[in-house]
Ligand binder design. Structure first.
Ligand SMILES: Cc1cc2nc3c(=O)[nH]c(=O)nc-3n(C[C@H](O)[C@H](O)[C@H](O)COP(=O)(O)OP(=O)(O)OC[C@H]3O[C@@H](n4cnc5c(N)ncnc54)[C@H](O)[C@@H]3O)c2cc1C
Length: 191
């Protein structure tokens, strides 16, 4: 697939994975558009553990400040039985690989939305099909909008809306988007 003079990336899905991908692409010089089917960018759920790898990734996109401001340093980490005894305990190293923060998902999502603020952020638009293109042809993302369908050309498509082949594919991109995964699938837990 060719990459045009001003490379354009389309990220399908504006969850944690999609916004993190968008923030990274922006910093790498890509014109980036995030297409989200919901009417607004939002997140559900409770807290999540932000591991040392995650912290490096947040650092790389300039979103690591949110951890100190809004996260909670976890120490020690591990798994306890109901009676408080330890099944498994991770050794604590302040600067090591087991350093972990707990953070509310909405706050992480907001921090990533800030980091991706320079992207073209589109809501209320559902990606229904992706033509992955070829060696001399851009990919085309077909999007359902309130005003009909749009065709969005792209040099790179990042599928971050969960797809059938992803281990965590419980919702989001359906069968017709299988080609998105061949282009690139960034959904957490994807294979
Ligand atoms: C109720 C619930 C609670 C959870 N709690 C936790 C937790 O506490 N900790 C934890 O680590 N994990 C939790 N998870 C797992 C959770 O799925 C992941 O942690 C995380 O949200 C995955 O982020 P994501 O960006 O990959 O996917 P998502 O958050 O699912 O984001 C995908 C986005 O893509 C959009 N999308 C999908 N298809 C299309 C399309 N065709 N066109 C346009 N947009 C599309 C969706 O609307 C969505 O906004 C929970 C899951 C659920 C359902």
């Amino acid at each position: 697939m060719p990459v045009s003079a001003e490379p354009r990336a389309v990220v399908v899905g504006g969850g944690i994975a999609g916004l993190a991908a968008a923030a990274s692409l922006l910093r790498a010089g890509w014109h980036t558009r995030v297409i989200e089917q919901a009417s607004s960018f939002s997140e559900v759920g409770a807290g999540l553990g932000v591991t040392a790898n995650d912290q490096r990734a947040l650092d790389a996109i300039g979103a690591d400040g949110a951890l100190e401001r809004e996260g909670q340093r976890i120490r020690p980490a591990g798994t306890q039985f109901m009676d408080g005894s330890w099944l498994m305990k991770l050794p604590y190293h302040a600067a090591g690989t087991t350093r972990m923060y707990g953070m509310h998902r909405q706050r992480l999502h907001t921090a990533l939305l800030d980091a991706a603020a320079e992207a073209e952020l589109s809501t209320g638009m559902r990606v229904v099909r992706i033509d992955p293109g070829g060696t001399d042809q851009q990919a085309v993302v077909l999007v359902d909008t309130a005003n009909g369908q749009q065709r969005v050309p792209a040099d790179l498509v990042v599928g971050a809306g969960h797809c059938p082949r992803c281990r965590t594919g419980h919702r989001g991109i359906r069968d017709e988007l299988g080609s998105a995964c061949r282009v690139r699938c960034s959904a957490s837990g994807s294979r």
